[in-house]
Design a protein around this ligand. Structure first.
Ligand SMILES: Cc1ncc(C[n+]2csc(CCOP(=O)(O)OP(=O)(O)O)c2C)c(N)n1
Ligand SMILES: [Mg+2]
Length: 554
């Protein structure tokens, strides 16, 4: 049957299982919007296309499925860029559909033309380095092949964003709907282990104080339970990267918490003082996790590394054993090998001593009100207690959560780890909530970041999407202020600013507002606010002179 290309694109979205598309119409994408009317795909109108890309990213991150955004030619497409770049860095399967001027006016200076012809801006070039596949679809004869290639990227083992840019006239052309049959859905192939599981099991057997460093690869591989079992059965403590917080429930005896320059330093201390074997499971060793590649972390230790991506093996350190393979499968094999050789659990002597010497656990800090972060600390403590299992927490601040937020093994914590762009948390949380419809959803961010994307709160209002925005009101770009204090002799420039009245802002948005200045304000907020079904703007006050003690690299 003959259908328009626009209709075909909408059917393609349905085939991918996409039920929500985030975006803003413009004349050059109206044919596709028109076809959305009669489809199962619901469109969500955003305030800025950057928000649409972040929303799609948030949805993909929570659902592990493709998500989509749509924008018009020219400025619509360029506004998507930061969000798509973030999806690229996070390897999220985000499909961006953009319009373009009609092919027959390419190069003649059409309104918002971004074909790259005749000196116009070139969408393809702009997106080339932030997508895994991009195509300006100028004809229909290869449409099936293009959609198939897009599918392989979106559903493949190493997903990433895809841009399909479709000129206005092409959107209105007719094609046979059998084009859709050319799309193949890739199967998730199990990768074979290429190195010796027995060798890794041997390293663990011979170690006195092994530590697992769990990364996001454990979450991607669905390996949380296996890692926990490995840890508990053999008394192997686990520390995680920021993105893998909660792979083993934090606050439990074998969790060392998070490893990284902005964390409380406990995991670092254990690694340096006690560990004799580090087992990296799907974890990178980036600037933050590695404390700027601190040699003490790896020194005098055996190192094992398991990653599904061969390119990660040995990228920043030399492992004694490296295994390229599915993390869950390798962890299961290692567990079986250790059971088969009757390995006794490791002694907890060092771990117990280490934990006894550690400062009080996060979350009980109202005991120390003089401490400038006590409200934030208490907030995270309450959050962990009240929503131990099903909250979605999108966090652009990350510094505080790394020390104060105990993530349970089922709590979903999403740090802004992609390209670390301000303005991410609110739209990403909105996108995630469109998928996880019963999960209390939090966007945590600073007041600088808030003002980059706060209008997307109105998107939540427009569609009745429950959301809790927690803004840390310190009237400054704290990280910048901290750097200027530590590294530039207190020569402050362009860090402080005046905030809007958040109460009035919330009122004008029609959402609830809570101003948290004291511990009792915080208690009152937790008691009164509908954090599951409402839309709330929660403002936590913080002295602008207070910042965590860690030192930024530059
Ligand atoms: C889009 C973007 N621009 C600039 C930065 C650089 N940057 C990193 S943190 C920061 C300050 C953030 O201030 P705020 O959101 O108020 O959070 P605070 O540090 O005060 O808690 C800035 C400007 C960035 N990460 N992203
Ligand atoms: Mg701030």
């Amino acid at each position: 049957m003959n259908i328009s290309v626009s209709e075909l694109i909408v059917r393609y979205l349905e085939r991918l299982g996409i039920d929500t598309i985030f975006g803003m119409p413009g004349a050059h994408v109206l044919p596709i919007y028109d076809r959305l009317h009669d489809s199962s795909v619901k469109s969500v109108l955003v305030k800025h296309e950057q928000g649409a890309a972040f929303m799609a990213g948030g949805l993909a991150r929570v659902s592990h499925r493709p998500a989509a955004c749509i924008a018009t030619a020219g400025p619509g497409a360029t506004n998507l860029i930061t969000g798509i770049a973030n999806a690229y860095a996070e390897r999220l399967p985000v499909l961006a559909i953009t319009g373009e001027t009609s092919t027959y006016i390419f190069g003649r200076g059409g309104l918002q033309e971004s074909s790259g012809e005749g000196g116009t801006i070139d969408q393809g070039a702009l997106f080339a380095s932030i997508t895994r596949y991009h195509k300006l679809i100028e004809r229909t004869d290869y449409l099936g092949q293009v959609l198939n290639q897009a599918t392989q990227v979106l559903l493949g083992r190493e997903p990433g964003p895809v841009l399909l840019s479709i000129p206005y006239n092409v959107q209105k052309e007719m094609v046979d709907d059998s084009v859709l049959e050319q799309i193949h859905f890739p199967r998730k192939a199990a990768i074979r282990n290429t190195a010796s599981v027995t060798e890794l099991a041997g390293l663990i057997r011979d170690a006195r104080t092994p530590v697992i460093i769990a990364g996001h690869g454990c979450i991607q591989a669905g390996a949380r339970d296996v890692v926990s079992t490995l840890s508990e059965t053999f008394n192997i403590p686990v520390t995680t990267s920021l993105k893998a917080k909660g792979v083993v429930a934090e606050g439990t005896p074998l969790s060392l918490g998070c490893l990284g320059v902005t964390s409380n330093g406990e995991a670092y201390r254990y690694l340096v003082e006690h560990a004799d074997l580090l087992v990296f499971l799907g974890a990178g060793f980036n600037e933050r996790t590695s404390y700027l590649w601190d040699a003490k972390l790896l020194g005098n230790k055996k190192i094992a590394q398991v990653d599904r991506d061969a390119a990660q093996l040995g990228r920043v350190f030399q492992p004694d054993v490296a295994i390229c393979g599915d993390i869950r499968a390798v962890a299961e094999d290692v567990f079986a090998a250790l059971e088969a050789c009757d390995m006794p659990p490791k002694s907890r002597e060092h771990l117990d001593g280490h934990q006894a010497a550690a400062p009080a656990a996060a979350g009980d800090s109202r005991a120390a009100p003089a401490e400038p972060f006590h409200l934030i600390r208490s907030f995270f403590g309450e959050l962990a207690q009240r929503f131990p299992h099903n909250a979605l927490v999108f966090d652009d601040n990350i510094v505080f959560a790394q020390s104060y937020f105990d993530v349970s093994d089922r709590n979903h914590y999403f740090p802004n780890s992609g390209i670390s762009s301000l303005g991410h948390a609110i739209p990403a949380a909105i996108g995630a909530r469109c998928y996880a419809k019963d999960s209390p959803t939090f966007a945590i961010l600073g007041d600088g970041g808030f003002q980059m994307c706060c209008m997307e709160m109105m998107t939540a209002v427009n569609y009745g999407i429950p959301l809790n925005v927690v803004v840390i009101n310190n009237g400054t770009l704290s990280l910048i202020r901290k750097n200027q204090y530590q590294l530039y002799g207190e020569r402050y420039i362009d860090c402080d600013f005046v905030n809007p009245d958040f109460g009035l802002l919330a009122q004008s948005f029609g959402v609830a507002h809570y101003r948290v200045e004291t511990g009792s304000d915080l208690d009152a907020m937790f008691d009164k606010a509908d954090l599951t079904g409402g839309i709330n703007l929660i403002e936590i006050l913080l002295d602008k002179h207070a910042f965590p003690r860690y030192l930024s690299a530059r």
